[in-house]
Design a protein around this ligand. Structure first.
Ligand SMILES: *Cc1c(COP(=O)(O)O)cnc(C)c1O
Length: 398
């Protein structure tokens, strides 16, 4: 089957672009763009203008969006603080909580495989004199719960662990993490940028105190996100941005009405279609994975095989450098997950934390299947990858 379609693909070689990098960003859903448009034009009011209809209309739209985002994670609308994205939400949650509580609780805990914006926020706190602990992960990418339990103590202000990893897709055991935090009186902050809208997640069921969301990871616009801040019992934070006192004083500045509306619509769609979409993405991802395994020897799946986002595959190809492979398949939009520093290509710190040897880490590709991918695209991707991998391996030998 692969052979026949390979010939067909050769003959019909057209410059296509297949987007399989949905962990980096997701395309904006056309329904989202549609909902946003009027708020750039006729409904342009400042949502904080309380004196006229333009302001009231914009405020209504923002509050509707806030309720839609809240509903997606089982929160109350008043617990949603709009920000510019998950980077800002993570900064506000971690630095805000740590700085507010520094006198009595000068300790912060996170995990080695967190997103850079979490790790760098924690490192900044360390420079400011906080005690910090980076908890390791096991070989499957799941956090070492015993090490976490050892790390958290009565002096811990906040523990930050993500729900789903952006590189390897593993789902961290957030219920167990929440229990460990609360036993010691620490806040549990969860970076859920990859998980929200993809898996059912409730801040009440899991008892999350602070949760970060990014709109552009759930088919919404770039430049907006949210931080859930629990109200009862109240979670106390120090603001990062001071000004007019918007967003409960935690995030001053005029809210971008069109972006809020787009985020709200994206949240509404994700909530309404989550189960159906999850099943469809899972079928496509499974098809991709099994076809690749059937046509290419020496493939490793990085991260826990079962406890992962349904659209994510992080694969290492023995003897193949991921950057070389990507250059050989310009039709495919995938990510190597490695960070290029000035001279060399460093293997990803996430894969290194799993204990993957440097060669396999350099051979790893992140595949992110999403809402708009089709079976035809998946099959095409398999053909292209299979051909490129065998050619690269042959060239290496010859
Ligand atoms: C994308 C992402 C972020 C950053 O989100 P932005 O909205 O782009 O700032 C943070 N954490 C994780 C896990 C992400 O995937």
């Amino acid at each position: 089957m692969i052979e026949g379609s390979l010939d067909l693909a050769e003959k019909n070689r057209v410059p296509v672009s297949i987007y399989l990098d949905n962990q980096a960003t997701t395309p904006t859903d056309p329904r989202v763009t549609e909902a946003m448009l009027p708020y750039f034009t006729e409904k342009f009011g400042n949502p904080h203008s309380a004196d006229h209809a333009y302001g009231w209309d914009a405020e209504d739209a923002v509050e509707r969006a806030r309720a839609q985002v809240a509903e997606l994670i089982g929160a109350e609308p008043r617990e949603i603080i709009f920000t510019s994205g998950a980077t800002e939400s993570n900064n506000l949650a971690i630095k805000g909580a740590a700085r507010f509580h520094k006198d009595r609780k000068p300790h912060v805990v996170t995990c080695v495989t967190e997103h850079k914006c979490v790790l760098e926020s924690v490192r900044r706190l360390e420079r400011e004199g906080h005690r910090v602990t980076f908890v390791p992960v096991l070989a499957d990418g799941l956090i070492d719960l015993a090490a976490l339990a050892d790390a958290v103590d009565e002096e811990t202000s906040v523990v930050s662990v993500m729900a789903a990893n952006n590189e390897i897709g593993v789902l961290q055991p957030i219920d167990e993490i929440a229990a460990i935090c609360h036993e010691k009186g620490a806040y549990f902050h969860c970076d859920a940028a990859q998980a929200v809208g993809k898996i059912p997640l409730s801040v009440r069921e899991t008892q999350i105190d602070l949760l970060s969301i990014s709109a552009h990871k759930v088919y919404g616009p770039m430049g907006i996100g949210a931080l859930f801040v629990r109200r009862r019992p109240r979670v106390r934070l120090e603001a990062e941005i001071d000004g007019g006192g918007q967003e409960r004083g935690l995030r001053s500045g005029t809210l971008p009405t069109p972006l809020c509306v787009g985020f709200g619509e994206a949240a509404r769609i994700a909530h309404a279609e989550m189960e159906e979409e999850r099943a469809r993405v899972e079928v496509l991802t499974e098809r991709l994975h099994s076809s690749l395994l059937a046509s290419i020897p020496g493939i490793h799946l990085n991260g826990h095989p079962g406890q992962r986002l349904s659209g994510n595959l992080n694969l290492s190809f023995e003897g193949v450098d991921a950057a070389t492979l990507l250059r050989a398949v310009p039709e495919l939009c995938l990510s190597t997950g490695s960070a290029c520093t000035s001279a060399s290509v460093e293997p990803s710190y996430v894969l290194q934390a799993l204990g993957l040897d440097a060669d396999l880490a350099r051979g790893s590709l992140r595949v992110g299947v999403g809402r708009f991918n089709t079976e035809v695209e998946i099959d095409q991707a398999v053909i292209l990858l299979a051909k490129a991998v065998s050619r690269i391996r042959e060239e290496k030998q010859g």
